[in-house]
Design a protein around this ligand. Structure first.
Ligand code: HEM
Length: 385
């Protein structure tokens, strides 16, 4: 967790053909200037053979939109996903965590990701959308394939045809769109109280969202709504395992739970980098960047910039303010941040009540996700002590 920072906060990476921005003020500049750093990076990445389907996949993907179009879509989608909707979830989230913890009674070792960190957010987001949480194995498969489609970023073996592998992975998760389209069609016929029903009936300037937009936004929520929160929960357990004073402090004083979550987001940022493309020639950190180039603002690195965070490698529950970029910044700031924080707060409190201390197992260490776009544990064996 204490890797050195690159000497240069803005570097061109030859292998990926992209600019890496690792400094805090530089990352802030990228995220704060969407006119120069566009979110529409789709032309730079491989598509599946089902091109129309791949296009539909992105029709409601806020992450790839810019300017007024993005603002308008985001406004509609956030109406369907209000703070009230999130706050109303508290009793149900408590119930889910309690059931998951009950299922572990009597066990002194388990995989924290499998038993708690994965099932909690996937159940919450599935219920919110109004799709069966029992299909979660399917969601996990699609999420894995989505991550595999990012192979172009992390495969170093020159013998692997990364474009073909990425296209194959995209084709594997496209059925997710058919799945969501079917559920959305069901809500058109018989509306309910769920988010898909609300999206089906939402309007932008008097016009309904298209089927492709609804299913695509549903897919974004389904994936963004669980994978990242799973990582946050696992990272928090890993941080408390490693920083024992912080673990003791949070056990003594539960008002430190939100600070514990924010420090995990800073120190092991679940989304370590966000992508942009330059729309014109520009300059960051004294480096000249031409237009039409990929840039990744590595928020996970920026969150450890000593120019912004004193003693950045330390998990410090008294860090205040903690302006980490773990949920992004600016126009695309994470729409699900309040939900992720709520799930984290409820889960951590119940886990502290039930298990006291969850420790990693030296002979059976955590297994991390391989993808560059995700950071955190895929498996996290823990012992109750
Ligand atoms: C955007 C991180 C949980 C939905 C983002 C962005 C980041 C992020 C860094 C900005 C991407 C960019 O600027 O390109 C996280 C982390 C989470 C989390 C670390 C958990 C710890 C969630 C949840 C949901 C969600 C629970 C939904 C239920 C979204 C959406 C956007 C987004 C819809 C796109 C917003 C836009 O483009 O306008 N998230 N997220 N996220 N997140 Fe999250």
């Amino acid at each position: 967790m204490n890797g050195p920072l690159p000497a240069d906060p803005v570097e061109f990476d030859e292998r990926m053909g992209a600019w890496f921005v690792t400094g805090y003020p530089e990352a802030q500049q990228v995220l704060g200037d969407p006119g120069t750093f566009s979110s529409d990076i789709s032309p730079y990445f491989p598509h599946a053979d089902r091109d129309q389907a791949a296009e539909d996949l992105n029709a409601g993907n806020l992450l790839l939109m810019d300017g007024a179009f993005h603002r308008q879509r985001r406004k509609v989608l956030s109406q369907a996903f209000t703070p009230r909707v999130v706050a109303d979830l508290e009793p149900r989230i408590t119930e889910i965590v309690t059931e998951l913890a009950d299922g572990l009674a009597g066990r002194d070792e388990f995989d924290f990701v499998e038993e708690i960190a994965y099932p909690l957010p996937v159940t919450v987001i599935a219920e919110l959308l109004g799709i069966p949480a029992t299909d979660r194995k399917l969601f996990a498969y699609w999420a894995d394939k989505l991550m595999e489609s990012k192979i172009v970023h992390y495969e170093t073996d020159p013998g692997v045809d990364v474009q073909a592998a990425a296209r194959a992975a995209v084709a594997e998760y496209l059925p997710m769109m058919d799945y969501l389209a079917e559920h959305a069609a069901g809500r058109r016929r018989r509306p309910g109280e769920d988010l898909l029903s609300r999206l089906v009936h939402a309007e932008v300037d008097g016009e309904r969202l298209t089927d492709a937009e609804i299913t695509s936004f549903g897919a974004l929520l389904l994936i963004a709504g669980h994978v990242t929160t799973t990582l946050l929960l696992g990272s928090t357990i890993m941080c408390l395992d490693r920083y024992r004073d912080a673990a003791a402090a949070v056990r003594r004083d539960r008002s430190l739970v939100p600070a514990a979550l924010e420090e995990s987001l800073r120190l092991i940022s679940p989304v370590p980098g966000v992508w942009r493309a330059t729309t014109r020639d520009t300059e960051i950190g004294g480096r000249a960047l031409p237009g039409g180039q990929l840039v990744t603002a590595l928020v996970g690195a920026a969150n450890r910039d000593p120019r912004r965070f004193a003693d950045p490698a330390t998990y410090d529950l008294t860090r205040d303010p903690n302006p980490h970029l773990g949920f992004g910044r600016g126009a695309h700031f994470c729409l699900g941040a309040p939900l992720a924080r709520l799930e984290g707060r409820i889960a951590l409190n119940i886990l502290l009540d039930r298990f006291g201390d969850l420790r990693t197992i030296p002979d059976d260490p955590p297994v991390f996700h391989p993808a560059l776009d995700m950071c955190g544990a895929r498996h996290l064996p823990v012992r109750v002590s």
